[in-house]
Design a binder for this molecule. Structure first.
Ligand code: GDP
Ligand code: GDP
Length: 455
């Protein structure tokens, strides 16, 4: 590194930064209008969250990356959901439940000016049941005179209320310090620690693509009936299912089966459920209805899984309904609409007839293997050396930027840091990614490549 002009500490720092494992998840929950989205905006330091959206506009994005005091984490914002036909208590509780389930810690936001309402109390009960660490945010304390309002919230029994003005930033730093104290460094369901334990699968896809049908098929019909008869007892959130001689944990199957008929907010609810399931899983099986055109919503779900860095399998369902013409057009559509994940293994299934169910497990195993692949540094640099001399970066402004060396900083998904003598253009980065995939496989996994340029 030194002879290439990089400081050894820079190199180590870059590798550490790129190699971080999955980030812990913080959920921000509370009633509508208490200031959740305003608070999330402060945490992520950008005006990217929901505040500027018009009411009623569907929001797909529910998780954001945040950083405080040098630590990075994910924030799940539940602020995008309009009150709906379930009534306010039920809707707040339902969204909080999903968010809490996927979270490692929770910020519970209460409007200190209003004080604790019945809805707030309902959320407190959920929080107690979940047993996750909670930081109580007494929001809208815009000045010292509001501190007394905050103190009333001791009554909720969640410990110290942190007086905050999400709008002006007052007290948010102290509150975030308190959050970092209770937030674990890595997600609870830490990857890699469960050696030999069941791998975690999220079965996701837009409504009506056949998720519950597929789940019923793989879990066996009888068990489902039993669950339904049980009536009052809730489904377990996750379900262990035997497939291909192994036990797998399908995460958040209760969310798939729960039949929620909502008008407003249904899409947001589905997005939140999808994001929560993806966070908890190692591999996402994205179900797509092959009988219909691939939609923007399908693509968003794909993007969600890719951005979360999960292993990925594409399952095209309802294959039993396809005629030759549809099959022809589907192939074209997959090329144009899903080109970004051309690396994902694909299965064509029918939850109705059971067609190709046996191909699901090999596809999942392939994706997980790609996700965990580690390329030894020696091999990587031999490959990079050859690549760079055979296909040098185009000359720009009389100079030729070069990749000098690289290393794989992490897995799950694979993360690479490349060190370069000058700015590397996007096209060349994509070229490197393509060649890395050709050389080392990485089937079914996104890969991250970050480039450090010598000063
Ligand atoms: P959410 O529905 O919980 O996500 O709430 P929003 O973040 O959309 O905020 C609801 C309203 O409360 C908006 O008009 C915000 O500007 C306002 N608000 C949020 N935080 C504060 C605060 O700390 N002080 C005051 N005075 N208003 C706030
Ligand atoms: P979910 O909303 O994704 O859980 O979808 P469901 O499992 O409820 O399925 C939606 C509809 O598609 C139901 O009417 C199913 O019977 C139907 N369906 C599911 N899988 C298949 C399939 O493989 N073939 C056909 N023809 N219909 C299917």
């Amino acid at each position: 590194a030194a002879e290439e002009g990089f400081d050894i500490e820079d190199v180590e720092g870059a590798i550490e930064a790129a190699g971080h494992g999955p980030l812990p998840v913080l959920a921000v929950v509370g009633r509508p209008n208490v200031g959740k989205s305003t608070l999330v905006n402060r945490m992520i330091g950008r005006r990217e969250a929901v505040v500027e959206d018009r009411p009623g506009v569907t929001r797909d994005r529910v998780t954001y990356e945040a950083e405080w005091a040098g630590r990075r984490f994910k924030v799940v914002d539940t602020g995008g959901w309009e009150q709906d036909v379930l009534g306010i208590d039920a809707s707040v509780a339902a969204q909080a439940e999903y968010a809490i389930e996927a979270a490692d810690a929770v910020v519970f936001v209460v409007d200190a000016k209003v004080g604790a309402t019945d809805t707030d109390e309902a959320v407190v009960r959920l929080l107690r049941k979940a047993g996750k660490p909670v930081v109580l945010c007494a929001n809208k304390v815009d000045g010292p005179s509001g501190e007394a309002d905050a103190a009333y919230l001791w009554n909720l029994g969640l410990g110290e209320p942190h007086p905050v003005s999400a709008l002006h930033g007052r007290g948010t730093g102290d509150m975030l310090d308190a959050v970092l104290e209770v937030l674990p460094d890595a997600p609870e369901q830490s990857f890699g620690t469960a050696i030999g334990g069941p791998r975690r699968i999220a079965l996701i896809g837009r409504p009506n693509v056949g998720k519950s049908s597929l789940l019923n098929k793989v879990a066996g019909e009888e068990r489902v009936v039993v669950n339904e008869l049980a009536g009052t007892t809730r489904d377990p959130v996750d379900e262990m299912i035997e497939l291909g001689g192994r036990t797998w944990k399908f995460v958040d199957t209760a969310g798939i089966r729960k039949r929620v008929h909502l008008q407003q907010g249904a899409d947001y609810y589905a997005s939140l459920r999808t994001a929560a399931a993806v966070e908890k899983a190692e591999v996402a099986v994205i179900l797509i209805d092959a009988s219909e055109n691939i939609s923007v919503q399908d693509q968003r779900i794909v993007t969600m899984a890719v951005e979360a860095g999960r292993a990925l399998v594409l399952a095209f369902n309802k294959w039993d309904t396809l005629d030759e013409e549809r099959r022809y057009y589907l192939e074209r559509e997959i090329e144009t609409e899903l080109g970004q994940v051309a690396w994902a293994p694909r299965v064509n299934v029918s939850a109705r007839t059971g067609r190709h169910m046996e191909k699901l497990v090999p596809a999942i195993e392939t994706a997980l293997a790609g996700w965990e692949t580690r390329v030894p540094t020696g091999r990587l640099n031999a490959f990079l050396g050859e690549l760079v001399s055979a296909h040098p970066h185009p000359i720009r402004g009389g100079k030729q930027p070069r990749i000098l060396f690289g290393t794989q900083a992490g897995t799950k998904p694979p993360r690479f840091v490349l060190f370069a003598s000058g700015f590397i253009e996007a096209g060349y980065r994509r070229f490197i990614e393509r060649r890395l995939r050709e050389e080392f496989g990485f089937e079914g996994t996104p890969i991250h490549i970050s480039v450090r340029v010598r000063e």
